[in-house]
Design a protein around this ligand. Structure first.
Ligand SMILES: N[C@@H](CCC(=O)N[C@@H](CS)C(=O)NCC(=O)O)C(=O)O
Length: 208
């Protein structure tokens, strides 16, 4: 089998989720840079990999995928390495619930409405940041209520839910408001500190 290819940029939260998964599995892969925010638009060739022009996209022996959740589940199931999904149906459903919740309700509010707005805008939209923080608070409270006892979100097994959540929260805590909100959820703050110590997290950290 040939080395899988991941298309994307190292600043992207979703690319980082896929990269952390590949790192945790011990899969050797190639990261092919794609700039979806390029001044002259998304490269035409890339739309054949991802018709919506988002990152990441993935390719393995001619098999192409987009959508991070599909990529990470494939990487877990098609390659050797530690299993990143629980076998128990209820634990697996909980993992999938957390991933779905993060995609639907946490990513936009934490990353775009709060962190990007605060970091990148000359005149940040304070109403957008306040609304983002309110959604982020609900997401963190829910994550805390869904978290199983133990070091990781599902308990003793590190799963795709941990690898999905860490890059989103990692972006959120780039700003002071993110850090203070996270500090109100001690179990999630402790979990995040454990995630931040993992080699897969350090290796995929974008140098500013
Ligand atoms: N549903 C997609 C979301 C991917 C996504 O939104 N990626 C961001 C980067 S973190 C992106 O490509 N943004 C470009 C844009 O919004 O135009 C997935 O799961 O892969």
């Amino acid at each position: 089998m040939t080395k899988p290819i991941l298309y994307g940029a190292d600043h992207s939260v979703y690319v980082r989720i896929a990269r952390m998964t590949l790192e945790e599995k011990g899969i050797d892969y190639e990261l092919v840079p794609v700039d979806v925010f390029a001044a002259d638009g998304i490269p035409g060739w890339y739309l054949e990999h991802h018709p919506f022009g988002r990152i990441p996209a993935f390719e393995h022996d001619g098999f192409r995928l987009f959508e991070t959740g599909a990529i990470t589940r494939y990487a877990d199931e098609a390659f050797d390495g530690p299993a990143l999904q629980p076998k128990d149906p209820r634990a697996r459903a909980r993992m999938n619930q957390i991933i779905g919740m993060l995609d639907a309700y946490a990513y936009r509010s934490m990353v775009w409405d709060v962190a990007v707005e605060r970091l990148e805008k000359e005149a940040p939209d304070e109403a957008m940041i306040a609304s983002g923080l309110s959604h982020a608070s609900t997401a963190l409270r829910t994550l805390s209520s869904l978290k199983a006892p133990g070091p990781w979100l599902l308990g003793d097994q590190l799963t795709l839910a941990d690898l999905h959540a860490a890059p989103i929260i990692g972006y959120f805590v780039k700003v002071a408001e993110g850090q203070s909100l996270l500090a109100r959820f001690a179990d999630i703050e402790d979990w995040y500190a454990r995630m931040a110590e993992r080699a897969s997290f350090a290796k995929t950290e974008k140098a500013d």
